[in-house]
Design a protein around this ligand. Structure first.
Ligand code: ADP
Ligand code: MG
Length: 363
């Protein structure tokens, strides 16, 4: 249904898309992943012509939309876009936001647009908010409204650009649930997301973007579990394993807690386990190791396995060979034991960081 040939998008200083070639089939649900700045948003924006491609051709359902004679407005109506920031009209109620385009662009009667809007609001679980203004809603609710508004145009394809990344972690789930339902209806979708388990649950295809194009394309199993190319492998590893390095007593503790929280989100680690990971890190690294080491060098790797519902935290540190999981006060000890199902210590002289603690976080 969508065919892209030699798509190039150049900005004055940078050319994020050098040569994109692909075919997207009806009903494909594609997760687009990749490091920041590799042109994921640019690709979505070129597909619905929010950006004018520098070179190359795009066909949608047999119509070449890059043809200058093509009616862009008609094309855009067939493509819904959901952004990170919801872009709702603040001066309109929820229901008016959803009815606006169907009435203005599709020339639907107000009654017809209203009925359809209410149906969609029920679908996203927000019928009771029809008469509220966007400001009165939470971020997660606003994004669900934005999705309903997109659906009101009955698009052939829905493009979602990091739809949950601006949300408070507690609201990610409700928006993902709506997107998951949508993916089951057979709609063609492209979604930029870093949330690996979510992507795995909804998509049949993954595009890994790098080096100016689609660098690797495959099923979620292929790309997430057996990536073929080196850069994909490194990127997937970074999604799966969080590595934290500390080289000073004055390291940014809150910054690292934030990284852990982002990691837990991305991997959809259940909240209880996520808070135990934070606790284990705080008690082991911040309370036990940092005060005991003169000039700390600490490497922490956190790896969550969805299959086993388990998280392994490996902490390596310098200094004399000593099991510091037993230092710290009694309360800290108790907290650490509460968070960890198992703690093992071992030491190896020839390593820079001679001490290693492996901790299994309780589920
Ligand atoms: N309108 C623009 N003008 C100039 N440069 C842009 C514009 N939009 C994006 N870029 C640049 O293009 C590159 C790719 O951006 P983007 O598609 O947003 O990446 P991603 O979504 O993968 O993070 C970035 O280096 C970005 O700064
Ligand atoms: Mg982007």
């Amino acid at each position: 249904m969508i065919k892209i040939e030699h798509l190039k998008k150049a900005y004055p200083n940078i050319t994020p898309l050098q040569d994109v070639n692909t075919e997207i089939h009806d009903g494909d649900v594609i997760s687009v992943i990749g490091p920041s700045g590799t042109g994921k948003s640019t690709l979505l924006r070129c597909i619905n012509l929010l950006e004018k491609p520098t070179e190359g051709r795009i066909w949608v359902n047999g119509t070449e939309i890059t043809d200058p004679k093509c009616n862009i407005c008609k094309v855009r109506q067939k493509m819904g876009m959901v952004f990170q920031s919801f872009n709702l009209f603040g001066h309109l109620t929820v229901i008016e936001n959803i009815m606006l385009s169907p009435v203005d662009l599709l020339r639907k009667s107000r009654q017809e647009a209203y009925d359809e809007a209410m149906r969609l609001l029920r679908m996203v679980g927000l019928a009771e908010k029809a008469l509220n203004y966007p400001d009165e809603l939470s971020g997660g609710q606003k994004q669900r409204i934005a999705i309903a508004r997109t659906l009101a145009m009955d698009p052939d394809i829905i493009l979602l650009d990091e739809p949950t990344s601006a949300l408070d972690p507690t609201m990610v789930g409700e928006v993902q649930a709506v997107i998951r339902d949508l993916a089951r209806t057979g709609k063609t979708m492209m979604i930029v997301t870093h949330e690996m388990n979510f992507a795995r649950a909804i998509c049949n295809r993954v595009f890994y973007m790098d080096e100016g194009g689609i660098y690797e394309d495959g099923t979620p199993e292929q790309v997430f579990d057996h990536p073929v190319k080196e850069k994909t492998r490194r990127f997937i590893h970074r999604l799966k394993v969080l590595e934290l390095d500390i080289n000073s007593k004055d390291y940014d503790f809150l910054g690292m807690a934030g990284e852990i929280s982002t990691y837990c989100n991305r991997n959809q680690i259940p909240p209880r386990m996520a808070s135990r990971i934070q606790l284990a890190f705080e008690e082991l690294v911040q309370q036990a190791l940092i005060p005991s080491l003169e000039s700390p060098i600490i490497h922490t790797a956190i790896e969550y396995s969805q299959e086993e519902q388990a998280t392994k935290m490996t902490v390596q540190y310098n200094g004399p060979q000593a099991d510091l999981t037993r230092s710290g006060d009694e309360l800290a000890q108790a907290v650490l034991k509460g968070a960890a199902a198992e703690i093992t210590y071992n030491t190896q002289e020839d390593r820079d960081m001679a001490n290693q603690v492996v901790l299994t976080v309780r589920s």
